[in-house]
Every structure is written in structure tokens, then in C-alpha cells.
Design a protein around this ligand. Structure first.
Ligand code: SF4
Length: 219
């Protein structure tokens, strides 16, 4: 890592999921997003506030801690706001294992190339195999695919996942709910109705916990 590569501001990680791309993947969600899409499934991760600060090397080791993991997925929040750190995570991970990399972004690819919103964007784009771009538009959510709405595009920036048989645009959605202590994490692009059911369940648990003790609600 160069001395200039910043630590990442991390909203959450998930080691080993089948809900965010082909194979068994580890997911890194960053904190902070400049967009405010109506219906965003992660509103807690929009504010640009300090969350978990972590160095790329520690994150790469964490994401590979399951030896079966064969891919990384970067989401958020807005990954391109922390592109330099994520590019370094990908680089360090690939020194240990030949993982594929999927990245979500609210920016369009053309904008990322013509006017990168942060200095590390070219390096991150060079590391990404599949980029899912564009803001979420609830009215265009067709309930299918590994993207929230049909305006979002699937860019195979390399051939690594192009012929793996995974239909990024049309496949039925799956999601996982991970419980860790008092935290509930919804992993994946949720099928229709699941997000409302998840919110309702978390609210119900919150109501039963003692006043003043908050149950963190993450997605
Ligand atoms: S770009 Fe993604 S994280 Fe940001 S507000 Fe839109 S849906 Fe939420």
C-alpha cells in the first residue's frame, strides 16, 4: 500500500455469502454515499460519518478468512467515494487468492471514466470484473437480477465472470439474514416484499428489548 492510501470507513462486512454474486463471496459495504435514492435499502449507510475505520491489509485478510471464498463484492454506501482503499483491498486479496471482484456504484460508468469522483477510481475500475452502475429507481425495480432497478447496467469489465452462467440481469433474487449478537444484517438484493418484512421484524424485536438499548439495524 502506498503511504497515501487511506484507511476505509466501513459500514459492514460479511464473510461468505451466496446472495451477492456467483460462488461464495465476501462483501464489504462502505459508509457514506452522495446519492439519496428514494427507497435505498441502506439509508443508515448514506451519511458520511465515521463508522469502522480499517486498513486495506486487515480488510483483505478478513474477507479471505473463509478459505472457500472465491470472490469479493464491494457495495455501500458508495464504493467510488473510497475507491483507492478498495482498489488496495482487491490488490492485496489477489496476492493471496485469485478472487473475482463485483462492485456496485450509483455513478454511471461514463462519468467514472470522464470525471472520476475520487483519485482511486481508475485503479478500482482496473480491478473490477463486473460493475453494476446507476442509481436505484424504485419505479424500475422489476424484482429480478443482481441489480435494484432495470436502469442499472451490468458491465463485464473483464471476461472473468462473463461465461460463468450467472444471469446478473434476470436471475431470481435471493437474500440472507445474518444475525450476529444484537445486529441483523440483510445481505443481497432483496426479493419483493422481503425488505418490508425485515424492517417489520427488526422493529418488533426493538420494541421487545429494554428501553434505551438499541438493536442495530443494518442491511
Ligand atoms: S446509490 Fe445506492 S447506497 Fe447510495 S442512496 Fe442510492 S441506493 Fe442507496
Amino acid at each position: 500500500m502506498s503511504a497515501a492510501t487511506p484507511a476505509l470507513n466501513v459500514a459492514a462486512t460479511r464473510i461468505g455469502t451466496e446472495a451477492l454474486g456467483p460462488g461464495l463471496r465476501s462483501v464489504l459495504w462502505v459508509q457514506g454515499c452522495p446519492f439519496r435514492c428514494a427507497g435505498c435499502m441502506s439509508p443508515e449507510w448514506i451519511p458520511d460519518r465515521p463508522a469502522r475505520r480499517a486498513e486495506p491489509a486487515a480488510l483483505a485478510a478478513e474477507l479471505l478468512s473463509d478459505p472457500q471464498v472465491d470472490g469479493l463484492t464491494f457495495s455501500g454506501g458508495e464504493p467510488m467515494q473510497q475507491a483507492a482503499g478498495l482498489a488496495e483491498v482487491a490488490r492485496l486479496a489477489r496476492r493471496e487468492r485469485e478472487v473475482s471482484v463485483i462492485c456496485f456504484t450509483g455513478y454511471r460508468l461514463e462519468r467514472l471514466r470522464s470525471a472520476p469522483p475520487s483519485p482511486g477510481v481508475p485503479a478500482l475500475l482496473a480491478a473490477v470484473d463486473v460493475l453494476i452502475d446507476g442509481r436505484y429507481v424504485a419505479a424500475l425495480d422489476d424484482g429480478r437480477g443482481l441489480r435494484g432497478s432495470t436502469n442499472q447496467r451490468i458491465h463485464h469489465l473483464t471476461r472473468r465472470l462473463a461465461d460463468c452462467g450467472y444471469d446478473f440481469a434476470r436471475r431470481p433474487r435471493t437474500a440472507e439474514i445474518a444475525i450476529s449478537g444484537p445486529e441483523a444484517l440483510l445481505v443481497g438484493v432483496p426479493p419483493s416484499g422481503l425488505l418490508a418484512a425485515f424492517d417489520s421484524a427488526v422493529d418488533s424485536v426493538r420494541a421487545r428489548t429494554s428501553p434505551g438499548r438499541e438493536l442495530p439495524h443494518e442491511r
